[in-house]
Ligand binder design. Structure first.
Ligand code: KIV
Length: 273
């Protein structure tokens, strides 16, 4: 029996994600940031929900993920935790909360887990954040790695383009992926790298890889919810498949409501006491 159908009500854990990789079943992950959407995403049978720091973009309107704070991530994550019952809940650690002192990283990790109820954390980077990952994992908190395009490093990269096109960067990514596995990460996100490289890394690791803009050779896929539902206007990168046109549905519905109110068509006789 498939383990990621809506009929399967068993809680998804990091152990179950590993079992999915082991038997060749793909992992479906999406972001969510609030209670209502988390309920809908969970009911649809998603395996894992990421409270991405992309909340900075799609929820708060910032042009990068850099400004979002630990307090804000806790607020978004606790809302998702209240809405989702089945999916594994992974929360991003925001920029500045884990890149420096590893004791500070551990304190922030413990705070996010304690105050939000999330079950795992995602951190961007490899060797540079090794100490933080080690301390967080040794506290019993599952860690998901994130390599390739790591948006918290946008100012270093100079944009959001394809990463690891050249041999040196590809070799570093391969080494970092191995390191994350050795440190005990339960999965690794591979963002916006060549599909052939993502496939090679996925085949060389025993832990699952989750791709975004990394082709079909990864063990799972993740997308930003608002992007795949067509709520994010002009954002149409090549890797994005839009499963709905909710942006237009919402705007048209609200436009109709405005007309109905102005025309005194709403509420009608059946819609009042
Ligand atoms: O913040 C986010 O939404 C992410 C995904 C794009 C992987 O990190």
């Amino acid at each position: 029996m498939s383990t990621n159908t809506v009929d399967d009500k068993r809680k998804v854990t990091t152990v179950r994600l590993q079992q999915m990789k082991d038997r060749g079943e793909k992992i479906a992950m999406l972001t969510a940031y609030d209670y209502t959407m988390a309920q809908l995403v969970d009911a649809a049978g998603i395996d894992a929900i990421l409270i991405g720091d992309s909340a900075a973009n799609v929820m708060a309107g910032y042009s990068s993920t850099l400004p979002i704070t630990v307090d804000e991530m806790i607020m978004y994550a606790s809302s998702v935790v209240r809405g989702a019952k089945r999916a594994l809940i992974v929360c991003d650690m925001p920029f500045g909360s884990y890149q420096g002192n590893s004791d500070v990283a551990l304190a922030n990790a413990v705070r996010i887990i304690k105050e939000s109820g999330a079950e795992a954390l995602k951190l961007e980077g490899g060797e540079e954040i090794r100490e933080s990952i080690e301390k967080i994992i040794s506290a019993g908190i599952p860690v998901m790695g994130h390599l390739g395009l790591t948006p918290q490093s946008v100012n270093k990269f100079g944009g959001y383009g394809l990463r690891a096109k050249g041999e040196a960067e590809a070799q570093k990514l391969i080494a970092d992926a191995k390191l994350l596995e050795q440190l005990g990460c339960f999965a690794v996100v591979l963002e916006k790298i060549p599909a052939a490289l993502a496939k090679q890394v996925s085949e060389s690791l025993s832990i699952p890889t989750i791709g975004i803009g990394a082709g079909s050779g990864t063990d799972g896929q993740v997308l930003v919810l608002q992007d795949m539902l067509g709520m994010n206007g002009g954002f149409s990168p090549k890797f994005l498949r839009k499963y709905a046109d909710l942006g237009n549905v919402i705007t048209e519905s609200i436009g109709q409501y405005v007309s109905d109110v102005k025309a005194v068509d709403f509420p009608n006789a059946d819609e009042q006491y």
